[in-house]
Design a protein around this ligand. Structure first.
Ligand code: GDP
Ligand code: MG
Length: 216
């Protein structure tokens, strides 16, 4: 059972960035309800969704901020980034241009975000395998090169790996806050988690020399 929304031990703010139409709003919606709703309106202003996760008995309140249609205008404000503990940079695996934009989003985050913001790369629309334009290995390489926590492929439509991506973020933030979190590969306690369709690769305590970008 989900813990009560108003009681929590930790509060983490997560921002979702990435080009328009990659499915950010659907991802948040899926995380909140487990349901997919076909058409998401271009939201006006900034939206946030709250869900409290139970992670090993700790109530972790995830406040997820959706960029709400501003991404086209490149006017996402500094204040949006500043207080984020975690960031998810989303692209659409069936549209290479959205993957090419990731570098720009990383740059914005570096410019405006906190120095220690944890970042995950999210390749959404995994269900559109037939139209795939970005290989998962490429995403892993980019995530590695940019010092991100993980590359994850999701489908908001099928609720595939959406929950896991948020839980991974929550667990990593707990770890960073000095909490001990049980090693659990499927939930992403390891510093680097690369998820493929069929398996999860966790590389624990990677060092610069031994860390492999992708084992998939
Ligand atoms: P945003 O602009 O990044 O917030 O994108 P939206 O969440 O509004 O989604 C843009 C479009 O992509 C909508 O038509 C969604 O129905 C569709 N979409 C979102 N997620 C997925 C997914 O995982 N698979 C597929 N096939 N379509 C998706
Ligand atoms: Mg949106």
């Amino acid at each position: 059972m989900e813990p009560q929304e108003d009681a929590f031990d930790f509060l983490f703010k997560i921002i979702l960035i990435g080009d328009s139409n990659v499915g950010k709003t659907c991802l948040v919606q899926s995380f909140r309800t487990g349901l997919f709703s076909e058409r998401q309106q271009n939201t006006i202003g900034v939206d946030f969704t709250v869900r409290t996760l139970d992670i090993e008995g700790r109530r972790v309140k995830m406040q997820v901020w959706d960029t709400a249609g501003q991404e086209r205008f490149r006017t996402i404000t500094q204040s949006y980034y500043r207080s984020a503990h975690g960031a998810m940079i989303a692209y659409d695996i069936s549209r290479r241009d959205t993957f090419s934009s990731v570098e720009r989003w990383v740059h914005e985050l570096q410019q405006f975000g906190a120095a220690n913001v944890l970042t995950a790369l999210i390749g959404n629309k995994r269900d559109l395998e037939a139209e795939r334009e970005v290989r998962f290995e490429e995403a892993c390489g980019l995530a590695e090169a940019k010092g991100m926590l993980a590359a994850v492929e999701t489908s908001a439509r099928d609720a595939w790996s959406v929950e896991e991506a948020f839980v991974m973020m929550a667990r990593q933030l707990l770890l960073r806050n000095g909490m001990s979190v049980r090693r659990d590969d499927s939930a992403g306690a390891a510093p680097v988690l690369l998820r493929t369709n069929s398996h999860t690769v966790s590389l624990s305590a990677p060092t610069a020399a031994t860390r492999k970008p992708c084992d998939c």
